[in-house]
Design a protein around this ligand. Structure first.
Ligand code: GLP
Length: 236
């Protein structure tokens, strides 16, 4: 594991973007595992800047997102598909047909989970997975639990997660109670993982995840077992 500590969010974003750009130089049709949340926004901004400056090409990139809220259609501005379009896909030359986000409104959510796992498999797996971390140690929407999950599944969101994400919704009752998420097994099978966290609110949990006991109570702690993990933490 490489643990990079930086002072500012700008540095975190620049370093993370550099790792992604290096990956794309090595393999232009990389499968990127993408994350939402506020943490990677600066990284995506750096990628957009690189593209605008003619220094990045996303035309062959394939992407799979970690998760989506259940019951939120992609046209809703709180959906993770909407987030990805707004913060990255609409601003670079990625082919939208090559971007994937699990559907939170599939009639048969079990079938959607199976479809998503098969899709990731058919792409040959994930080359580089970007992750944020929840205040409770979740990755994707894999909440603290008694066991580490394997494939894509539907989860009931932890109250701490709903509280943290409430800032994006008008009222608490609008915050979804369920989500569909890629499983820990799939995340762990990515070739390379880049875990990002910033600010005081994440300091304790990132240290617990990276140096603490490996336990499904802190889902991100499993990442200690990955042999190509980079963690970037910024104080601010
Ligand atoms: C959501 C997402 C996670 C993300 C987390 C942290 O719960 N499902 O993938 O890591 O939020 O978000 P933030 O970066 O806004 O703190």
């Amino acid at each position: 594991m490489e643990f990079i500590k930086v002072k500012t969010y700008e540095e975190l974003s620049q370093k993370a973007a550099q790792i992604i750009l290096t990956q794309l130089e090595k393999k232009p049709n990389s499968v990127l595992g993408l994350a939402t949340g506020s943490t990677p926004i600066g990284t995506y901004d750096e990628l957009i800047k690189a593209y605008t400056d003619g220094k990045a090409d996303f035309s062959k990139v394939r992407s799979v997102n970690l998760d989506e809220y259940c019951g939120v259609p992609e046209t809703n501005d709180q959906s993770y598909r909407y987030f990805m379009n707004e913060h990255l896909f609409d601003k670079v030359n990625i082919d939208k047909a090559n971007t994937n986000v699990p559907s939170g409104v599939a009639e048969d959510s079990q079938a959607e989970c199976e479809r998503y796992d098969k899709l990731i498999e058919s792409l040959g797996g994930i080359d580089l997975q970007i992750l944020g971390i929840g205040v409770n140690g979740h990755i994707g929407f894999n909440e603290p639990s008694d066991e580490f999950s394997e494939g894509t599944h539907v989860v009931t969101l932890d109250e701490r997660t709903r509280n943290s994400n409430a800032r994006f919704f008008e009222k608490m009752s609008d915050v979804p109670t369920k989500a569909i998420t890629m499983g820990i097994g799939t995340i762990m099978s990515a070739e390379k993982i880049l875990l990002l966290a910033n600010g005081d609110a994440k300091k304790e949990i990132i240290e617990k995840a990276v140096y603490g006991e490996i336990t499904p109570n802190v889902p991100a702690s499993i990442l200690q077992k990955h042999d190509n993990l980079t963690v970037i933490f910024s104080e601010n």
